[in-house]
Design a binder for this molecule. Sequence first.
Ligand SMILES: Cc1cc2nc3c(=O)[nH]c(=O)nc-3n(C[C@H](O)[C@H](O)[C@H](O)COP(=O)(O)OP(=O)(O)OC[C@H]3O[C@@H](n4cnc5c(N)ncnc54)[C@H](O)[C@@H]3O)c2cc1C
Length: 384
Amino acid sequence: MDFDLTPEQELLRKTARDFADREIAPVARDYDRNEQFPWDIVEKMKPLGFLGAPIPEEYGGMGLDAVSYCLVLEELARADSSVRSIVSVNCSLVGTTIAKWGTEEQKQTWLPKISSGEALGCFGLTEPGSGSDAASLRSSARRDGDDWILNGTKMFITNGTVAGLAIIMAQTEPSLGSKGIAAFLVPTTTPGFAANEIHGKLGLRASSTAELVLEDVRVPNSTMLGGIGDGMKVALSALDNGRVGLGASCVGLAQACLDAALVYSKQREQFGKPIASFQLIQEMLSDMFVEVEAARLLVWRAAALKDKGVKNTLEASVAKFYASEAAVKCANLAIQVHGGYGYIDEYPVGKYLRDARVTTLYEGTSQVQKLIIGRHLTGINAFS
Ligand SMILES: Cc1cc2nc3c(=O)[nH]c(=O)nc-3n(C[C@H](O)[C@H](O)[C@H](O)COP(=O)(O)OP(=O)(O)OC[C@H]3O[C@@H](n4cnc5c(N)ncnc54)[C@H](O)[C@@H]3O)c2cc1C
């Protein structure tokens, strides 16, 4: 067992950290306050290749292994979770999903655009009536000659209003249940496709979260990703990828909480001493440190299994569950260390809590992760 990063991974981490410190952290608060999508940061990320970090080089990506990709996401998330979410959805849920399931033509058509940022990707699984129970989705795909006609509504779709491509899961034959679901690669310029921004989010305010409305969206059969009935497999494989990346993102966010709390606790004086000298403050700092370390190791293990080609559904769930709960806990503790100043947005820790809060909800809630872990332990599937 080797916990050392390679020299290439160390360099990549430094590159991502320097970029995040220089280009993202100084402006993150303003984008958050203004609920503004950070297009100029997206532009600056393009030449670095982060938008295609894990996508194979032959299709324009960086071809990073899973551990290296996690390092990039951790550093981006340390600076800003909204920017991180643009990259992680583009890469984990869309790019690598096309790389795994796509035909050669689909890969050639879309992966260079996704990797370069020419077309950002979004992933449309959740619907108003189906979240955790994703397989009960109601969006429909009706065959019409060589085409499919898509109808339905998708909810809470990250990158929805800024994407050029949407992966849409839809039901081809309701009587087949989950075995009737198919995934489609839908250009967002297709007539009948609309994306409506959802405002008023608690956190991730600089990211785009949208309701997608599909009204008689006509796409050729060649846009189907996998076959009829593969839609849930496509979605679940995307989520296996996504959960490891999201775990890494939570580690970055939790690390940011610890960093901020450490700096503040050494500056702030009470009773004639820096508050860092009080044992109860040190207890909070050490609790945060342990959470960050444990979460990072769980994420790296899940990523390393993927790099070995070993199925990592369980480990991805464990990592996502632990790291997201750790991010919320660390954000809460960071506010506590800041006292009243943690409650106003002069300091970043309030934003960290708002951004952390969604991580136990999306890409499978904490309860869903526990059911996945419970299914592994008992052999009993609580979802069916
Ligand atoms: C900011 C944001 C971005 C998102 N981005 C995307 C995206 O890009 N693409 C996408 O497809 N979706 C996205 N989502 C949707 C997200 O994945 C869902 O919100 C999530 O899966 C939960 O679904 P739900 O909101 O319908 O909650 P529900 O499924 O209704 O859950 C409500 C509560 O019931 C619990 N629950 C549900 N079933 C069970 C059970 N069997 N046992 C015990 N408890 C249970 C849940 O844990 C939760 O506490 C996003 C959501 C947000 C908020």
